[in-house]
Design a protein around this ligand. Structure first.
Ligand code: HEC
Ligand code: HEC
Ligand code: HEC
Ligand code: HEC
Ligand code: HEC
Ligand code: HEC
Length: 316
């Protein structure tokens, strides 16, 4: 009997999210292109004991672990993992990315090139179909993020496991605030998922047992004299990412997304750089663009789909 750990996790998450049973298990459609890669031998030597000869998370040493490695041949999970996440996990160990410390750190044993070979090999295990390299360009842990009470990774939840933003931020479409998930909502999965073997998940269970809310540090905030509602924006079809960036690729959420190279380039060629997120210019510029797109020149609050430009709608 061989356990394939990703199956129960995918099924549990899938069941909780109401995924159709047909999509609960990703089929390995293409033959792996992994054979010729130099990472293969390294993987067999250092990793297969836990991760299994084929990377399915079923190595002999994983049998007794409370938390199993994922099935790396599962395209639906691997396809959303940036190279940087895989590299960090290998060099610094699971704990550095919020995963279990049962995944050891290898930087003392493996050189940069060997790690790069392993990343390429792991990438190839789910088959050649996805080409995620160009999608995932930025750092997964940009500077400027506050230390949260639990290392909660959007990359793992909204990225790898594709949990939708509004499953957790459920108030966004109906109220001013997007809201944060309750401890109950987290525990809906974590009574089963990673229930043992990960200290970060154990912190979550601690809040649950003590019946305490998690004191998350607030990141995005406009001043008190500004009136901002999520509801209108979500209903108008503005994607979360338009305002918050590629959150599903981040291990930690920072309010300001590091030095903006695009802005530097625009400055060089004499163009005005885009205003910083959350500034008044940022709101107003998007509202202007929205109105132009709707052919509205004199927008007002009562102009239906118009994004307001009059002072009182944003400043009561
Ligand atoms: C002692 C057992 C063990 C060894 C040896 C090991 N790992 Fe892991 N690894 C784990 C466990 C357990 C996890 C799952 C952690 C979690 O989900 O919280 C993991 C997770 C990972 C992940 C993140 C995705 C996933 O499967 O959860 C990557 C990538 C990874 N390991 C790569 C490697 C590589 C490359 C090697 C060899 C250099 C290696 N591991 C060796 C136990 C091991
Ligand atoms: C729909 C199911 C689901 C919900 C809801 C959920 N999680 Fe997770 N969570 C997962 C899965 C799947 C993993 C990956 C487990 C693994 O294999 O290591 C995970 C991993 C984690 C981890 C370890 C990796 C990381 O992110 O650092 C933490 C900590 C965690 N969850 C905390 C939370 C918190 C806090 C909440 C509520 C705000 C929450 N989870 C809600 C499914 C869920
Ligand atoms: C499993 C639950 C879960 C999912 C799914 C999820 N989030 Fe979150 N989100 C959280 C938690 C918990 C926090 C607070 C901790 C933190 O900031 O990382 C948070 C914080 C945030 C913040 C910062 C809030 C602040 O304080 O200003 C933003 C913005 C955000 N999420 C956007 C998103 C977007 C966009 C998506 C979809 C791509 C998403 N979230 C998916 C649970 C989730
Ligand atoms: C039009 C831009 C915009 C869009 C679109 C947007 N947000 Fe926000 N978000 C903001 C601003 C501005 C704030 C700060 C608001 C404040 O201080 O009251 C914020 C704050 C937040 C917060 C923390 C405070 C709160 O409201 O709970 C979370 C979480 C969040 N957003 C998640 C999301 C998610 C999830 C989506 C998509 C469903 C989304 N946002 C879409 C601009 C946006
Ligand atoms: C990415 C584009 C974008 C950004 C950035 C943006 N908005 Fe909007 N906003 C819109 C659109 C589109 C509408 C029109 C909604 C509709 O059609 O009803 C809107 C409508 C509004 C409304 C009127 C409807 C309501 O929700 O009450 C207010 C007020 C508003 N925005 C405030 C703000 C503030 C304050 C900011 C900056 C903190 C901001 N917006 C940033 C796109 C944006
Ligand atoms: C679409 C929304 C929006 C509209 C319309 C808008 N503002 Fe603002 N305003 C903001 C936001 C957001 C801030 C906060 C910027 C910050 O924190 O840097 C702000 C800040 C300000 C400030 C404080 C500036 C500072 O440096 O602290 C003043 C004064 C102001 N607005 C006046 C106005 C006037 C006058 C109008 C009408 C001509 C107007 N605003 C229209 C969103 C808006």
């Amino acid at each position: 009997m061989r356990a394939t750990p990703i199956v129960p996790v995918a099924l549990v998450v899938g069941a909780l999210l109401g995924w159709g049973s047909g999509t609960g298990l990703a089929r390995r459609a293409d033959p792996p292109a992994a054979e010729g890669l130099p990472g293969k031998a390294l993987f067999a030597q250092y990793c297969a004991a836990c991760h299994g000869a084929e990377g399915r998370g079923d190595g002999p040493s994983a049998a007794s672990l409370p938390i199993k490695p994922w099935n790396l041949t599962e395209a639906r999970v691997l396809g959303h993992l940036p190279d940087e996440f895989i590299r960090l996990t290998i060099t610094k160990g699971g704990a550095a990315v919020g995963l279990s410390p049962l995944m050891p750190a290898w930087e003392a044993y493996l050189g940069q090139e060997q790690v790069a070979d392993l990343v390429a090999y792991i990438r190839s295990l789910a088959g050649p179909r996805q080409e995620p390299r160009e999608v995932f360009a930025g750092p997964i842990d940009p500077p400027g993020a506050p230390v949260q009470p639990i290392l909660f990774s959007h990359l793992i939840h909204a990225g790898a496991f594709q949990i939708s933003c509004q499953y957790c931020h459920a108030d966004a479409r109906r109220s001013q605030y997007a809201g944060l998930p309750s401890v109950e909502r987290c525990m809906g999965c974590h009574k089963i998922v990673a229930a043992a073997g990960n200290p970060e998940v154990q912190k979550l269970q601690g809040y649950w047992q003590r019946r305490e809310p998690i004191p998350w540090v607030r990141i995005y905030k406009v001043p008190e004299f500004v009136y901002f509602q999520h509801r209108g924006h979500i209903r108008a079809g503005v994607a979360c990412q338009t305002c918050h960036g590629q959150i599903q690729q981040l291990m930690r959420v920072p309010a300001i997304e590091g030095p903006n190279r695009v802005n530097d380039l625009l400055n060089l060629v004499g163009l005005t750089p885009a205003p910083a997120p959350l500034s008044m210019g940022w709101c107003v510029e998007c509202h202007r663009a929205t109105n132009r797109a709707h052919g509205i020149d004199q927008p007002s609050v009562s102009a239906g789909t118009a994004a307001p430009l009059d002072c009182v709608t944003c400043h009561h």
